[in-house]
Design a protein around this ligand. Structure first.
Ligand code: ASP
Length: 319
C-alpha cells in the first residue's frame, strides 16, 4: 500500500487559511505553529483545559470506519468543549451497511446541516477524496490507512514543545512498526518542518519503510538508536496492516525492540517517552516504562483534546 500525496491546494484556501486538515506534508511552519499556539492557550497553568463558545452554531460529525478510543473520544470532547453539537455516526448500524456509497452518506449528513466531518478510514487518501468532492464543509483526517494522522502528530509535537521548548537541537528516536504507521509519517513531516534534523528510525528490517528516506537515519538496533535521544516515540505493532512474516514472535520482538528501564538509561536522563496508544505492554514498552516518570503518554491524550479544539476553531474561522 503506497502513501497518498496531499497537496496544500486541497487544504488551504486562496487566502492561505486552513479549510480542511488532511495531512501535514508541506503544511507551512506558521500554520503548524498557529495550531500549537491556539492549543497551548486552551490549557491553563494548572494543565486544565478551557471551554469556548466558538463552535456554538456548528455541528460536527465523527465518522470512524476503523476502531478508535483516544482519537474518537477526544474529538467528541473537543467538539463539546468548543460548544459544537457533536454526533458519532453509528456506522455499524448505518445505511453504509446497506451498500449506500460513502459519498451518498456524506451528502445526506451535509443535508442535516453538518459543518465539519472527522473521518477515519483504512483507505489511504479517503479524507482527501471526500474533501475534493463535497463543498461547503470542513474535513478533518483522523487517520487514513498508513498515510496520515495529522492531529496525532500535532499533539505529539505540542507535547514535545512543552517539554523541550525548541525543535532544532533535538534527537528524536522513533521505534517500532514504522512502515505501517500513519503516526510516524505525519510526525516526521511535522518535526522536519519545525526544524528537527536528527530523526532516527529504529525497527527490524521488515518494519522499516520500503522507500528511501533521505535525511532520516535508520537503525536495526534499539540500543544504538536511542543513545543520547531527547525523545523516544514508541509505536504499536499494527498487525491489522501486516502480513504474518513481518514480525518475529512477540517475545523476540520485545527482546529486540521493547523499551525497558535498563535501555532507557541509554537516552538522555531527561528524555521523554511517548506512544500514540493503544500500548501493548510487554511488547513495545515494559509496564514500568509506560507508567514511569519519563512517560508522557497521558499528557499526549490531554493535549489531543487541546489540539483538536484548536483545529476545529481554526477551521471555523476563529483565528
Ligand atoms: N492510534 C494510532 C492510530 O490510529 C496508533 C495506533 O493505532 O497504533 O494510528
Amino acid at each position: 500500500m503506497k502513501p497518498h500525496t496531499i497537496s496544500n491546494d486541497a487544504q488551504l484556501n486562496s487566502n492561505g487559511r486552513l479549510s480542511h486538515l488532511l495531512g501535514l506534508e508541506g503544511l507551512p511552519k506558521n500554520q503548524i505553529e498557529k495550531i500549537l499556539d491556539v492549543a497551548d492557550d486552551l490549557i491553563d497553568k494548572k494543565g486544565n483545559l478551557q471551554k469556548t463558545k466558538i463552535l456554538r452554531d456548528m455541528s460536527v460529525a465523527n465518522l470512524f470506519f476503523e476502531p478508535s478510543t483516544r482519537t474518537r473520544n477526544t474529538f467528541e470532547i473537543a467538539g463539546k468543549r468548543t460548544s459544537a453539537k457533536t454526533i458519532n455516526v453509528d456506522l455499524a448500524n448505518s445505511a453504509t451497511k446497506k451498500n449506500e456509497t460513502l459519498m451518498d452518506t456524506m451528502h445526506t449528513l451535509k443535508a442535516m446541516q453538518i459543518d465539519m466531518f472527522v473521518i477515519r478510514h483504512k483507505q489511504n487518501g479517503l479524507p482527501h477524496h471526500v474533501a475534493e468532492n463535497i463543498k461547503g464543509v470542513s474535513i478533518i483526517n483522523a487517520g487514513d490507512g498508513i498515510n496520515a494522522h495529522p492531529t496525532q502528530a500535532l499533539l505529539d509535537v505540542l507535547t514535545i514543545r512543552q517539554h523541550k521548548k525548541a525543535f532544532d537541537n533535538l534527537s528524536v528516536a522513533i521505534v517500532g512498526d514504522i512502515r505501517h504507521s500513519r503516526v510516524a509519517r505525519s510526525g516526521i513531516q511535522a518535526m522536519k518542518t519545525l526544524g528537527t534534523t536528527d530523526i532516527r528510525l529504529i525497527a527490524p528490517e521488515t518494519l522499516h519503510y520500503k522507500e528511501e528516506t533521505p535525511g532520516l537515519e535508520r537503525f536495526d538496533n534499539l540500543d544504538q538508536g536511542i543513545e543520547g535521544a531527547d525523545v523516544i516515540i514508541s509505536l504499536r505493532l499494527q498487525k491489522e496492516r501486516m502480513i504474518a512474516a513481518d514480525i518475529p514472535d512477540e517475545q523476540t520482538y520485545f527482546e529486540g525492540f521493547g523499551l525497558t528501564n535498563e535501555r532507557l538509561k541509554l537516552a538522555k536522563p531527561d528524555a521523554i517517552v511517548m506512544h500514540p496508544g493503544p500500548v501493548n505492554r510487554g511488547i513495545e514498552l515494559s509496564s514500568n516504562v509506560a507508567d514511569g516518570p519519563q512517560s508522557v503518554i497521558l499528557q499526549q491524550v490531554t493535549n489531543g483534546i487541546a489540539v483538536r479544539m484548536a483545529v476545529m476553531e481554526i477551521l471555523a474561522g476563529a483565528f
